[in-house]
Design a protein around this ligand. Structure first.
Ligand SMILES: *[C@@H]1O[C@H](CO)[C@@H](O)[C@H](O)[C@H]1NC(C)=O
Ligand SMILES: *[C@@H]1O[C@H](CO)[C@@H](O)[C@H](O)[C@H]1NC(C)=O
Ligand SMILES: *[C@@H]1O[C@H](CO)[C@@H](O)[C@H](O)[C@H]1NC(C)=O
Ligand SMILES: *[C@@H]1O[C@H](CO)[C@@H](O)[C@H](O)[C@H]1NC(C)=O
Ligand SMILES: *[C@@H]1O[C@H](CO)[C@@H](O)[C@H](O)[C@H]1NC(C)=O
Ligand SMILES: *[C@@H]1O[C@H](CO)[C@@H](O)[C@H](O)[C@H]1NC(C)=O
Ligand SMILES: *[C@@H]1O[C@H](CO)[C@@H](O)[C@H](O)[C@H]1NC(C)=O
Ligand SMILES: *[C@@H]1O[C@H](CO)[C@@H](O)[C@H](O)[C@H]1NC(C)=O
Length: 774
């Protein structure tokens, strides 16, 4: 790629009669030809990287660094003399040089001759003809012989700055005695070592940590044979290969891109008080770096927010809970949602003598786990999962075990007990454990027999209780809902047929899909640049929250229109055509009580949905969190009415029959006038005309809103939405969450509570007659 450019340059200069000065093509310096301050080396091959002197924006010092040669925004990925700058900007330092001496020393000298930085070959062997070269992967090497071959005596990749490039290794090389870490720049104008570091920790089962100052802010979890257990979306990266080597010679992590035209790197940045690890990818069309992934991401990514033996789950409210068989160490703090103190075991383990197998203890599986901190765990690669279990039962201090390599044997990751190989065994409290909806591996936590019994007994009793409670409350809900639906239908029918739809007062048109128009609907496609500009380059400041599929950003288009941009992570295996179809479908659903889709953006792997921006956030915020403004009954009634209309439209009145599958307070957004709008169709399913119910293996949705037959058997139909709608009604009326009501005296869900009340009221009417009357 570079050669046409360079040829062009040569030609131009030739025409100008200055051919002699055009030596920008070189990638090597030798003792006889040092690098001057006004010159850059460009790597051979594809010409991906350049090396030269630079001054960061806003600084008044000069550094020697490596940057992308093909990225129009200068992005420095490596700095040689980050701690020893040359005073003054590049322009004021015409005499600065990078030179390699005959003795094999690579040195940066200021204009006055002072050497500010130098390195030499690690081995004592003298280099016969030393040369320094910038390679096409960004590595600056000092080697013997200027040609293609030549033994490498020193390389920049052993001393990373803040960026991990493809092929660069993070971690420890025991042979070379190198410990490669990334450390952030102090600020964008100061490359010297900042507070944020990415470090490979080899104690126990190796993990990567992000440090910010003296504090750990993120843990990758151990490598499970395929990925880090704390990086849920690695498997969905297409075009990347990740390598983790754990041997006697090295413990390293690196990545490769399959197509060299993809420009991507990992970097640590210090931003305000935060330390972040981020993967950025260059999007030439937008001429901007696109944030591909970052960590820490959510509440559960913090290091051990739920303490020892606590489990963090972002889908729960509060996020912390105790492992089964454990109770909060300080209930008062837990009640205030501070879980850091963790949990303690309710019943001691059966442990009379080390070395004898406990006959009564057992294990409870925690599925989809980011396994606890492995810093003080022990790994035995020779054991199978079953042997691991036995070893754990024999060792008094063993608290849990898991497979060390889920890729062998197939199972282990949410799968059966036999899968995986290698044994990770914890002998301390289980800290920093989190669970994912659909990722992670199985962790087996040791419990005393009595806790296991209680568990089994309780869950059986609970199941019966739930089944009874649910059927009663379901009936009541269905009665209420059916009444409401019939009422709404009637009301609609009594209005003038056809023309004046419910929301006929606004002038935006096309919101209620009639039968005559709408087929020609064209959905605007926004280009990535427009969206990046609108959201300030997906700035953290504009982040509204994290949806089920990726972060949501607020933005403002050039014409002043406010938008919400929902980015879809690469998890969806959906093809482009299906995505477009789905988007078009949502776009055709125009109703006053559904959030309006304005367009979408497709750029390579990136897919985004652009919605109208809702000023008043979501309903759950008003119901459960905001305690200053209480919704009055009129508003609550209007909200219920709006949601009902939206749902009725989805189920009956639109051209398609659509099951939303994730109706909940958080998915009802409110505009300026507090008009409710159903949002988030990411899980919605379209039903054909004949179908009335579908059985699915993959149950998605939110616990607490899922109907029993859906949660247990995966059967869903319009009735599942109606169940969620009923729960939502109860929540709107009571102002309490169905789940997550945390009170020690009455540890019951809202639904359970209501069904109990209902039971008192109707307990003299036999259930059968209720059903008949219904
Ligand atoms: C670099 O600067 C030197 C003088 O300091 C000058 O002779 C040379 O032509 C310059 N080279 C380029 C490529 O500008
Ligand atoms: C030479 O330049 C270096 C780096 O800018 C500076 O630290 C040093 O004081 C200078 N020495 C003299 C003698 O000016
Ligand atoms: C930059 O540093 C040089 C050398 O230290 C000094 O002479 C110059 O005044 C500085 N310029 C600014 C804008 O601070
Ligand atoms: C590697 O460096 C990091 C940070 O300086 C340090 O915490 C860690 O202990 C080092 N590892 C080894 C094996 O020396
Ligand atoms: C790499 O990506 C570019 C641009 O997407 C494409 O044109 C090229 O064919 C790809 N090369 C390979 C080897 O896949
Ligand atoms: C079992 O061994 C551990 C050390 O591995 C020790 O701390 C513990 O006290 C022993 N327990 C019994 C009951 O011997
Ligand atoms: C129990 O396991 C730990 C960790 O593997 C080990 O250090 C300890 O020696 C074991 N104790 C016994 C008695 O086997
Ligand atoms: C994990 O298992 C896979 C499949 O057997 C194997 O290829 C891989 O090398 C194993 N990884 C480790 C670290 O043992």
């Amino acid at each position: 790629m570079a050669s046409p450019l360079l040829c062009g340059c040569a030609l131009l200069l030739y025409l100008l009669g200055h051919l002699a000065t055009c030596h920008a093509a070189r990638d090597t310096i030798t003792p006889s030809s040092p690098l001057a301050a006004n010159e850059t080396l460009v790597s051979g091959g594809d010409g991906n990287f350049a090396l030269g002197f630079f001054t960061p924006p806003g600084a008044n010092s000069t550094y020697l660094g490596v940057w992308y040669n093909k990225v129009s925004l200068r992005t420095v990925v490596w700095v040689a003399n980050r701690e020893a700058p040359i005073a003054g900007a590049v322009g004021d330092n015409p005499g600065a040089t990078l030179s390699v001496s005959g003795g094999g020393t690579l040195a940066i000298a200021a204009g006055n001759g002072t050497v500010v930085w130098s390195v030499r070959s690690a081995s004592s062997r003298r280099l016969a003809s030393p040369a320094a070269q910038i390679l096409d992967n960004g590595n600056l090497v000092l080697k013997d012989g200027a040609g293609g071959g030549g033994a490498v005596a020193w390389e920049g990749f052993d001393y990373p700055t803040d960026t991990l490039l493809p092929e660069m290794k993070l971690g420890i090389d025991y042979v070379k005695g190198k410990n490669r870490t990334l450390t952030s720049w102090k600020s964008p104008s100061d490359p010297s070592t900042g507070p944020v570091a990415m470090v490979m920790d080899t104690t126990g089962d190796p993990q990567v940590f992000i440090w910010n100052g003296g504090e750990k802010v993120w843990r990758s979890g151990p490598w499970d044979g395929v990925q880090f257990t704390g990086v849920p979306d690695t498997a969905t990266y297409s075009g990347f290969t990740f390598s983790f080597i754990n041997s006697a010679q090295e413990v390293t992590y690196s990545f490769q891109v399959h197509n060299a035209s993809i420009i991507s790197h990992l970097g640590v940045v210090s931003s305000g008080n935060y330390g972040l690890l981020q993967r950025s990818t260059w999007v030439e069309a937008a001429r901007a770096w696109n944030l591909y992934w970052y960590a820490p991401k959510d509440q559960c990514d913090a290091v051990s927010p739920c303490g020892a033996n606590g489990v963090c789950d972002t889908n729960n409210m509060p996020v912390c809970s105790c492992l089964r068989g454990f109770t909060p160490r300080t209930p008062a703090a837990w009640a205030l949602r501070d879980g850091r103190d963790g949990c303690v075991r309710s019943t001691p383990l059966d442990c009379r003598r080390n070395g004898t197998t406990s006959t009564t203890d057992g294990f409870v599986a925690v599925r989809h786990a980011k396994v606890p901190d492995t810093e003080r765990s022990a790994v035995d690669w020779s054991l199978t999962l079953e042997q691991c279990r036995q070893a754990c039962l024999r060792n008094c201090s063993c608290t849990a075990y898991a497979s060390a390599n889920v890729s062998s044997g197939g199972g282990g990751r949410g799968g059966g007990a036999g899968g995986g190989s290698g044994c990770v065994m914890w002998t301390t409290g289980l800290t920093d454990l989190r669970v994912y909806p659909d990722f992670g591996q199985d962790l087996f936590v040791r419990l005393a027999a009595s806790d296991l019994d209680v568990l089994e007994g309780r869950s059986r009793a609970a199941r019966i209780r739930i089944a009874v409670g649910v059927s009663v409350s379901l009936l009541a809900l269905l009665l209420a809902v059916a009444g409401l639906l019939i009422w709404l239908r009637k009301r609609r029918l009594t209005r003038t047929a056809g023309s004046s739809k419910w929301s006929g007062s606004r002038s935006t048109g096309r919101r209620y899909e009639g039968s005559s128009h709408g087929d020609d609907l064209e959905l605007p496609i926004f280009d990535l640049g427009t969206i990046a500009a609108a959201t300030d380059g997906f700035s953290i400041n504009n982040k509204l929250g994290e949806g089920g599929f990726g972060p949501v950003y607020k933005g403002k288009l050039e014409d002043g229109m406010e938008i919400a941009v929902k980015t879809l992570s690469k998890t969806s295996a959906q093809g482009l055509d299906e995505f477009k179809n789905e988007v078009l479908l949502i776009a055709k659903l125009q109703h006053r009580n559904l959030v309006r889709l304005l367009g979408c953006s497709i750029s390579g792997q990136e897919r985004m949905l652009v919605y109208e921006y809702m000023a008043n956030k979501s309903l759950d915020f008003f119901l459960f969190e905001k305690d200053t403004v209480v919704l009055d009954w009129q508003v609550r009634y209007r909200i219920i009415e709006g949601i009902t209309r939206g749902l009725l439209y989805l189920h009956q009145d639109s051209r398609y029959r659509i099951i939303h599958r994730d109706l909940k307070a958080a998915n009802v957004l409110l505009d300026k006038e507090m008009t409710p709008k159903i949002s988030d169709f990411g899980m919605a399913r379209i039903f054909g005309n004949e179908e009335t119910e579908i059985n699915t293996l993959k149950v998605v949705g939110t616990y607490g809103y899922m109907s029993p037959e859906y949660a247990m058997d995966g059967i869903f139909s319009v009735k599942s939405d109606v169940f969620s709608y009923g729960v939502l009604l109860l929540e709107i009326v009571s102002g309490r969450r169905n789940r997550g009501v945390y009170s020690s005296s009455n540890n019951q869900s809202l639904l359970g509570h209501v069904s109990e009340i209902l039971h008192h009221v109707v307990n003299r009417i036999p259930a059968v007659s209720l059903i008949k009357n219904f």
